[in-house]
Design a protein around this ligand. Sequence first.
Ligand code: P6P
Length: 340
Amino acid sequence: MSSKRISLTQYLVEQQREHGHIPGQLRLLIEVVARACKRIAIQVNKGELGDVLGTAGSENVQGEVQKKLDIIANEVLIEANEWGGHLAAMGSEEMDSIHVVPNRYPQGEYLLLFDPLDGSSNIDVNVSIGTIFSVLRKVNNQRGISEEDFLQPGKQQAAAGYCIYGPQTTLVLTVGDGVAMFTLDREQGSWVLTQENVQIPADTKEFAINMSNMRHWDAPVKRYIDECLAGKEGPRGKDFNMRWIASMVADVHRILTRGGIFMYPWDKREPEKAGKLRLMYEANPMGFLVEQAGGMVTNGRQRILDLQPTKLHERVAVVLGSKNEVERVTCYHLEADKQA
Ligand code: P6P
């Protein structure tokens, strides 16, 4: 890392100069989202001192109880992105249908999806949470934007990232040329480049999964976890450690920082659902970041970024992180399918 730290804006300008993947509207979009994340961080950090904790007394389209901060974060992102002329529409975990930029503003060429506050069950207990976002290009050029315009495979993302509200407030971003991390300098109020060319080690001794669901898992997942738990004496010949923060942003940040495997597999509790996590604004953006950092991301069988979405709030099983471990889990699924 060069001794002189540079700002997010300088990074984006220099990346455009070197690689040309950040045209003006996309740079504006990223800077607006980054500014919105600063505003969300301020609300999150208030805790009991602000009227931001607890539930909002409503449910979202997922049937989940909405926390006050879920709604605050959603409103901050909507309001920040409406007027700039860089976006045609937005989709959010907290909104049933897409939000088209109002006619009083010019429409841009991008579509923005977000989980405004991921890990809501951790808000009231002061554990890291985050904002996840995904950027797609508008594919048709008529004014009428519909949900169908959002249904693009994750490999078509123009950019993706998250902001983690933890001991540090860190923005993690990719535009397709690797992964960079920016730490919020609260004295300056600016995002400062603190890591670039993030690389996930191909091997790991750390897995992240909600073990309380073990009895509901499919055989390949049970096989993989049992082998990890068998440790040195088992088929893996090494001991494993386990982490589960129940904020995808925090688990993925750990994996981008030191490696690991994260799994939220399909399970028998709601067999009609492909998984718990959402494809468009959780798995796809995290998948883009993890692949750009040399990791691997599947639904147990297929590369997630290749999946063709069929609806905005579609769910998916997720296995992501250190390449050799994700490959192993995916092989176990494919072997089981062959035997079946
Ligand atoms: P569980 C948070 O609600 C979330 O969507 C992800 O951030 C997290 O990884 C997962 O769900 C936690 O789920 O079932 O362990 O509470």
